[in-house]
Design a protein around this ligand. Structure first.
Ligand SMILES: C[S@@+](CC[C@H](N)C(=O)[O-])C[C@H]1O[C@@H](n2cnc3c(N)ncnc32)[C@H](O)[C@@H]1O
Length: 205
Protein backbone atom coordinates (compact mmCIF):
# COMPACT_ATOMS: atom_id res chain seq x y z
CA UNK A 1 0.00 0.00 0.00
CA UNK A 2 1.38 3.40 -1.00
CA UNK A 3 2.11 5.19 2.24
CA UNK A 4 1.74 8.75 0.98
CA UNK A 5 -1.39 8.88 -1.18
CA UNK A 6 -2.96 11.27 1.34
CA UNK A 7 -0.48 13.99 0.29
CA UNK A 8 -2.34 15.84 -2.48
CA UNK A 9 0.57 17.93 -3.72
CA UNK A 10 2.49 15.65 -6.11
CA UNK A 11 5.85 17.32 -5.50
CA UNK A 12 5.47 17.01 -1.73
CA UNK A 13 4.30 13.42 -2.13
CA UNK A 14 7.40 12.51 -4.11
CA UNK A 15 9.70 14.41 -1.69
CA UNK A 16 8.13 12.58 1.23
CA UNK A 17 8.62 9.21 -0.44
CA UNK A 18 12.29 10.09 -1.04
CA UNK A 19 12.78 11.18 2.58
CA UNK A 20 11.21 7.93 3.80
CA UNK A 21 13.23 5.73 1.42
CA UNK A 22 16.50 7.52 2.20
CA UNK A 23 15.92 7.12 5.95
CA UNK A 24 15.44 3.37 5.41
CA UNK A 25 18.63 3.18 3.30
CA UNK A 26 20.57 5.11 5.97
CA UNK A 27 19.03 2.95 8.70
CA UNK A 28 17.60 5.95 10.53
CA UNK A 29 14.91 4.56 12.83
CA UNK A 30 11.85 6.53 11.70
CA UNK A 31 8.24 6.13 12.71
CA UNK A 32 6.66 2.91 11.40
CA UNK A 33 3.62 3.10 9.13
CA UNK A 34 0.82 1.91 11.46
CA UNK A 35 1.97 4.09 14.33
CA UNK A 36 2.22 7.00 11.88
CA UNK A 37 -1.39 6.35 10.82
CA UNK A 38 -2.53 6.50 14.46
CA UNK A 39 -0.70 9.79 14.97
CA UNK A 40 -2.21 11.20 11.76
CA UNK A 41 -5.70 10.29 13.02
CA UNK A 42 -5.20 12.00 16.37
CA UNK A 43 -3.87 15.12 14.67
CA UNK A 44 -6.83 15.23 12.29
CA UNK A 45 -9.24 15.02 15.23
CA UNK A 46 -7.36 17.21 17.68
CA UNK A 47 -6.22 19.97 15.28
CA UNK A 48 -3.45 20.98 17.70
CA UNK A 49 -2.07 24.50 17.72
CA UNK A 50 1.27 23.48 19.11
CA UNK A 51 3.09 20.15 19.03
CA UNK A 52 6.21 19.07 20.91
CA UNK A 53 8.30 16.25 19.47
CA UNK A 54 11.18 14.68 21.39
CA UNK A 55 13.52 12.95 18.89
CA UNK A 56 13.57 14.52 15.41
CA UNK A 57 16.16 12.26 13.73
CA UNK A 58 16.15 13.54 10.12
CA UNK A 59 12.74 15.21 10.40
CA UNK A 60 10.48 12.56 8.86
CA UNK A 61 7.82 12.46 11.60
CA UNK A 62 7.97 16.24 12.21
CA UNK A 63 7.48 16.97 8.50
CA UNK A 64 4.73 14.37 8.31
CA UNK A 65 2.91 15.94 11.29
CA UNK A 66 3.26 19.38 9.68
CA UNK A 67 1.69 18.13 6.45
CA UNK A 68 -1.14 16.30 8.23
CA UNK A 69 -1.88 19.25 10.49
CA UNK A 70 -1.35 22.41 8.41
CA UNK A 71 -2.20 24.85 11.21
CA UNK A 72 0.15 23.40 13.77
CA UNK A 73 3.51 24.72 14.89
CA UNK A 74 5.91 21.97 15.87
CA UNK A 75 8.82 22.27 18.29
CA UNK A 76 11.08 19.30 17.68
CA UNK A 77 14.19 18.40 19.67
CA UNK A 78 17.24 16.50 18.41
CA UNK A 79 20.54 16.10 20.21
CA UNK A 80 22.67 14.47 17.49
CA UNK A 81 24.29 17.34 15.50
CA UNK A 82 24.53 15.41 12.20
CA UNK A 83 20.91 14.34 12.35
CA UNK A 84 19.87 17.86 13.37
CA UNK A 85 21.68 19.27 10.32
CA UNK A 86 19.99 16.78 8.05
CA UNK A 87 16.61 17.51 9.61
CA UNK A 88 17.17 21.25 9.14
CA UNK A 89 17.91 20.72 5.44
CA UNK A 90 14.85 18.50 5.03
CA UNK A 91 12.58 20.99 6.80
CA UNK A 92 13.86 23.74 4.48
CA UNK A 93 13.35 21.54 1.42
CA UNK A 94 9.66 21.32 2.38
CA UNK A 95 9.55 25.10 3.10
CA UNK A 96 8.40 24.34 6.62
CA UNK A 97 10.95 26.39 8.60
CA UNK A 98 8.23 28.69 9.93
CA UNK A 99 6.14 25.85 11.33
CA UNK A 100 8.71 23.19 12.22
CA UNK A 101 11.14 24.65 14.73
CA UNK A 102 14.18 22.51 15.33
CA UNK A 103 15.78 22.78 18.78
CA UNK A 104 19.22 21.23 18.73
CA UNK A 105 20.30 19.81 22.09
CA UNK A 106 19.41 17.31 24.78
CA UNK A 107 15.69 17.21 25.49
CA UNK A 108 16.52 16.68 29.16
CA UNK A 109 18.01 20.17 29.17
CA UNK A 110 15.55 21.82 26.79
CA UNK A 111 11.99 20.69 27.61
CA UNK A 112 11.77 22.43 30.97
CA UNK A 113 12.71 25.75 29.32
CA UNK A 114 10.05 25.53 26.57
CA UNK A 115 7.62 28.40 27.01
CA UNK A 116 4.63 27.12 25.04
CA UNK A 117 1.55 25.14 26.03
CA UNK A 118 1.22 21.94 23.97
CA UNK A 119 -1.87 20.19 22.63
CA UNK A 120 0.06 17.19 21.40
CA UNK A 121 3.39 15.65 22.46
CA UNK A 122 5.20 12.89 20.59
CA UNK A 123 8.02 11.17 22.47
CA UNK A 124 10.39 9.14 20.27
CA UNK A 125 13.93 9.43 21.66
CA UNK A 126 16.11 7.49 24.16
CA UNK A 127 13.73 4.84 25.54
CA UNK A 128 15.34 4.72 29.00
CA UNK A 129 14.58 8.43 29.48
CA UNK A 130 10.89 8.45 28.57
CA UNK A 131 9.89 8.92 32.22
CA UNK A 132 12.03 12.05 32.47
CA UNK A 133 10.87 13.52 29.14
CA UNK A 134 7.28 12.96 30.20
CA UNK A 135 7.74 14.47 33.68
CA UNK A 136 9.39 17.56 32.17
CA UNK A 137 6.58 17.97 29.63
CA UNK A 138 3.56 17.35 31.90
CA UNK A 139 2.97 20.89 33.09
CA UNK A 140 3.19 22.21 29.51
CA UNK A 141 0.38 19.99 28.23
CA UNK A 142 -3.06 21.54 28.21
CA UNK A 143 -6.05 19.64 29.65
CA UNK A 144 -7.42 17.43 26.86
CA UNK A 145 -3.96 17.33 25.29
CA UNK A 146 -2.51 14.03 24.08
CA UNK A 147 0.88 12.37 24.54
CA UNK A 148 1.95 9.57 22.22
CA UNK A 149 5.12 7.56 22.90
CA UNK A 150 6.69 5.22 20.36
CA UNK A 151 8.62 1.96 20.92
CA UNK A 152 6.74 1.23 24.14
CA UNK A 153 7.14 -2.54 23.62
CA UNK A 154 10.69 -2.29 22.27
CA UNK A 155 10.86 -5.29 19.92
CA UNK A 156 8.73 -7.31 22.33
CA UNK A 157 11.37 -7.17 25.07
CA UNK A 158 9.09 -5.29 27.47
CA UNK A 159 6.92 -8.41 27.68
CA UNK A 160 9.67 -11.00 27.21
CA UNK A 161 11.01 -13.23 29.98
CA UNK A 162 14.58 -13.06 28.70
CA UNK A 163 16.06 -9.68 27.81
CA UNK A 164 19.59 -9.31 26.33
CA UNK A 165 21.94 -7.84 28.91
CA UNK A 166 22.54 -4.66 26.91
CA UNK A 167 18.84 -3.76 27.02
CA UNK A 168 18.06 -4.77 30.62
CA UNK A 169 18.41 -1.39 32.30
CA UNK A 170 16.50 0.41 29.54
CA UNK A 171 13.68 -2.17 29.52
CA UNK A 172 13.41 -1.92 33.30
CA UNK A 173 12.94 1.84 33.00
CA UNK A 174 10.44 1.43 30.16
CA UNK A 175 8.39 -0.95 32.32
CA UNK A 176 8.37 1.57 35.16
CA UNK A 177 7.23 4.19 32.64
CA UNK A 178 4.33 1.92 31.56
CA UNK A 179 3.17 1.86 35.16
CA UNK A 180 3.66 5.62 35.55
CA UNK A 181 1.39 6.25 32.57
CA UNK A 182 -1.21 3.61 33.41
CA UNK A 183 -1.53 4.81 37.02
CA UNK A 184 -1.13 8.54 36.45
CA UNK A 185 -3.92 10.53 38.11
CA UNK A 186 -3.87 13.21 35.40
CA UNK A 187 -3.81 10.96 32.32
CA UNK A 188 -5.93 8.20 30.81
CA UNK A 189 -3.63 5.82 28.90
CA UNK A 190 -3.84 2.92 26.46
CA UNK A 191 -0.83 0.98 25.18
CA UNK A 192 -1.34 -0.55 21.72
CA UNK A 193 0.67 -3.50 20.35
CA UNK A 194 0.97 -2.08 16.87
CA UNK A 195 4.35 -1.72 15.22
CA UNK A 196 6.84 -1.35 18.09
CA UNK A 197 4.09 -0.45 20.58
CA UNK A 198 2.68 3.01 21.11
CA UNK A 199 1.05 4.59 24.11
CA UNK A 200 -1.71 7.16 23.89
CA UNK A 201 -2.33 9.28 26.98
CA UNK A 202 -5.03 11.92 27.20
CA UNK A 203 -4.65 14.59 29.87
CA UNK A 204 -7.73 14.86 32.05
CA UNK A 205 -9.40 18.11 32.91
C1 LIG B 1 13.74 7.01 16.77
S1 LIG B 1 14.65 8.42 16.33
C2 LIG B 1 13.40 9.62 16.00
C3 LIG B 1 12.65 9.34 14.74
C4 LIG B 1 11.72 10.45 14.32
N1 LIG B 1 10.78 10.78 15.37
C5 LIG B 1 10.94 10.01 13.10
O1 LIG B 1 10.04 9.17 13.24
O2 LIG B 1 11.23 10.52 11.99
C6 LIG B 1 15.24 8.96 17.91
C7 LIG B 1 16.08 10.23 17.87
O3 LIG B 1 16.09 10.77 19.18
C8 LIG B 1 17.35 11.37 19.39
N2 LIG B 1 17.54 11.48 20.85
C9 LIG B 1 17.80 10.47 21.72
N3 LIG B 1 17.87 10.95 22.97
C10 LIG B 1 17.65 12.29 22.90
C11 LIG B 1 17.62 13.33 23.85
N4 LIG B 1 17.82 13.09 25.16
N5 LIG B 1 17.36 14.59 23.42
C12 LIG B 1 17.15 14.83 22.10
N6 LIG B 1 17.19 13.89 21.15
C13 LIG B 1 17.43 12.63 21.54
C14 LIG B 1 18.34 10.45 18.69
O4 LIG B 1 19.54 11.12 18.37
C15 LIG B 1 17.53 10.02 17.46
O5 LIG B 1 17.85 10.78 16.33
Amino acid sequence: MDNFLWIKDEKQQSMMRKLYDQAKVDRVPILLDNAAGVIDSWLLLLKPNRILEVGTAVGYSAIRMALVSPNSIIDTIEKDPDRANEARANIQRFNLEERVILHEGDALDLISGMKEEYDFVFIDAAKGQYGRFFEDAIEKIRPGGVVICDNMLFHGFVEAEEVPKRYRSMIKKLKVFHQTLLNHPDFETRILSIDDGISISVKRG
